[in-house]
Design a protein. Structure first.
Lengths: 355, 290
């Protein structure tokens, strides 16, 4: 009985002051979008389905960044470092352990765990040193840039872990995809239907879990720290621990993105940690609206799709457009374009009701 | 004699590292120290200085004048950026970082589109000199002198000129300075331009020693960031001593294990330093003085 009420209380956190979207209207919309996402692969061809999985892969990192930056107010520019660490870790482990017997799933857990551990160590120095927002950004960015350069020079044969060659700037390939052991034949999750549904399920789970997290006491403290660190501290919270915990969770999600990406394309390169790669998550999250999970999700997906379309039609200009988009968002719609549109729409409807 | 050569070699390595740290960081440090803004387009101002000075040198200008031209061009670009993007964001310093990152993306990719993937450089001038069996580049010794000279000129500018006085007043208490009739907007604009010009100077000075590619700014960023974080907000009490300490670390590790080890060493040093001295060396010194 007590268990049941605890579960109910946890489920109630799915709506709350820290997330927009509540009430039956929102959830009917959510169910419709989810249903559309479930039906989609039946209507689309397999290339598009695989491509959509590619978009989904990045959204975990985006939501993690939303938690760290949007909710926690800590500017982390180095999320790609955790992405890369987890990706390389997954590659090294699976090449050595092979894809059978659920070893890929174990590797996934280990890789995400390692990126979380790295985040915990780095975060300890940053948050317990109490450096302010500006420095946090450039220290985390320096970490990912140095990691990129380190991985880029691992071309020689001496850079191998077990039977996995790191391959320097060319990147590491040939690792097995995620595989679910199943009676009567393992399910290999190459880009296709099973992987699509698995990634979608994971995405929905993470989204709902993060909603509960940010509406819980933990999330409220995190937002309080963002609004005014000194006040939060005077109220008796050890802000360093909360910031560190948020940072580790968000970075583990970046790690999850890294593993899924590596498994999706059987490939990871140092460039996935470089300056350009590090800038892109910032663009998705800032443009979408970093201070809410739903807007981050919608915005990131939209920017990813636009970016890919631009890359196909005018590859050179894609990054310029991303840069312009970022500058304009910061100057004109600091809460993100999704929120900007919602605000404008809200003003229009309210005016109508006023008449 | 061997010991002497060894010491000279280390001093040369140290001086080289020190010059690189000071020159790549001082533009970033001036802007951060005065305005609390970290300019992520710093590398692109360096690139701008390098490209302009190289083009000027190829057009026949003497190298020294070409470098000055690069610094001036970067400074003007900086003032334009300040006017268009930084000024509306003074109340939101964290957003400034994001916006300057957007500028960095635009400029890097724009340069790639307009000027192509690389540019013909000018060779390193002045040749080399030999000392105990090793040969050293004379131009790199000049760079060390340039780093010290830059610090000296900045010190004179901030302590002896009217601009220095007004700018120091502006950082201390902006609205009082404004009430006393200081045009603080102009001061901010000039400060940002000065920072960008210093970045352009670094680009111009290092242009003869590097390959000119649109992403070359990124290769200065780690060193610049690390020096500013370790140094803290004050350029003379922070950046200069930080460059000395980090220069020793970098020179020792580079001599021992190569360039990358030097960079990793810098990074580890900075992560340890933020735990012990969160406000950098200058924060520590100023606190003890107060």
């Amino acid at each position: 009985m007590a268990e049941q009420s605890r579960l109910r209380r946890a489920l109630r956190l799915i709506e709350g002051p820290q997330t927009i979207g509540r009430g039956p209207k929102f959830w009917i919309g959510f169910a419709l979008v989810l249903a559309a996402a479930c039906i989609y692969p039946i209507l689309a061809d397999s290339y598009d389905v695989g491509n959509n999985v590619y978009f989904f892969n990045w959204l975990f990192m985006a939501m993690g960044l939303s938690l760290i930056w949007g909710y926690g107010g800590s500017l982390s520019f180095g999320q790609t470092a955790f992405f890369g660490i987890a990706g390389y870790c997954y590659g090294v482990l699976t090449i050595n352990l092979g894809g059978a017997y659920g070893m890929t799933l174990l590797s996934l857990l280990l890789a995400v765990g390692l990126s979380a551990l790295f985040a915990a160590v780095l975060g300890y120095f940053m948050f317990f040193g109490r450096i302010n927002g500006v420095f946090l950004g450039i220290v985390s960015l320096s970490v990912t840039l140095v990691l990129e350069r380190f991985m880029a020079q691992t071309a020689g044969p001496q850079w191998a872990i077990g039977s996995a060659r790191l391959n320097g700037f060319n990147g590491m390939g040939g690792m097995p995809s995620l595989t679910i052991p199943w009676p009567g034949g393992d399910i290999v999750l190459f880009p296709g239907l099973p992987l699509y549904y698995l990634t979608l399920a994971l995405l929905v789970t993470v989204y709902l879990a993060l909603r509960m997290l940010v509406n819980s006491r933990f999330g409220n403290v995190l937002v309080a720290i963002r609004e005014n660190p000194l006040r939060a501290e005077m109220l008796g919270y050890d802000i360093r621990k909360f910031q560190l915990a948020g940072f580790v969770i968000g970075s583990a999600l970046a790690g999850l993105s890294g593993v899924l990406y590596t498994s999706w394309g059987n490939y990871i390169t140092p460039a996935s940690m470089g300056m350009t790669a590090a800038a892109l998550p910032i663009v998705w999250v800032a443009v979408g609206g970093r201070s809410d999970l739903t807007t981050t999700l919608i915005g990131s997906l939209a920017v990813l799709i636009v970016f890919q379309m631009l890359t196909i039609h005018g590859s050179q200009y894609a990054l310029v457009v991303m840069g312009v988009l970022l500058v304009i968002t910061v100057l004109a719609a600091p809460r993100g374009i999704v929120m900007g549109v919602v605000a404008v729409a809200g003003r229009l409807t309210r005016r109508k009701e006023g008449r | 004699m061997d010991v002497f050569n060894l010491i000279f070699s280390f001093l040369y390595q140290f001086g080289d590292a020190f010059a690189f740290l000071v020159l790549s960081a001082c533009g970033l440090a001036v802007i951060f120290g005065m305005m609390g803004v970290i300019n992520l387009a710093h590398g692109e101002f360096i690139m701008c200085g390098a490209y302009v000075s190289t083009s000027a040198a190829q057009a026949g200008l003497p190298l020294a004048l070409a470098i000055v031209a690069g610094a001036v061009a970067a400074g003007i670009a900086g003032m334009v950026v300040e006017l268009l993007v930084i000024r509306p964001l003074y109340q939101r310093p964290l957003d400034t970082i994001v916006a300057t990152w957007g500028i960095s993306m635009i400029v890097t990719q724009g340069t790639l589109i307009v000027l192509g993937p690389s540019m013909q450089g000018v060779g390193t001038p002045f040749g080399s000199f030999a000392m105990g069996g090793y040969s050293y580049s004379a131009y790199r010794v000049l760079l060390m002198a340039a780093a010290v000279g830059t610090l000296g000129l900045l010190w004179l500018m901030f302590t002896r000129t009217r601009f220095g006085l007004l700018s120091r007043a502006t950082i201390q208490v902006p609205h009082v300075a404004e009430a006393m009739g200081v045009n603080t907007n102009l001061i901010y604009s000039l400060t940002f331009g000065l920072g960008a010009a210093l970045a352009g100077l670094a680009g111009g000075l290092y242009a003869p020693t590097m390959t000119l590619v649109p992403t070359m700014g990124a290769s200065f960023m780690v060193e610049a960031f690390v020096t500013v974080v370790v140094g803290g907000a004050d350029i003379f009490l922070g950046t200069a001593p930080a460059a000395v300490v980090l220069g020793v670390i970098k020179a020792a590790l580079t001599g021992w294990q190569g360039q990358l080890a030097g960079q990793i060493g810098l990074l580890i040093a900075v992560i340890v330093v933020i735990r012990i001295l969160p406000r950098g060396i200058s924060g520590k010194i100023l606190k003890e003085r107060a």
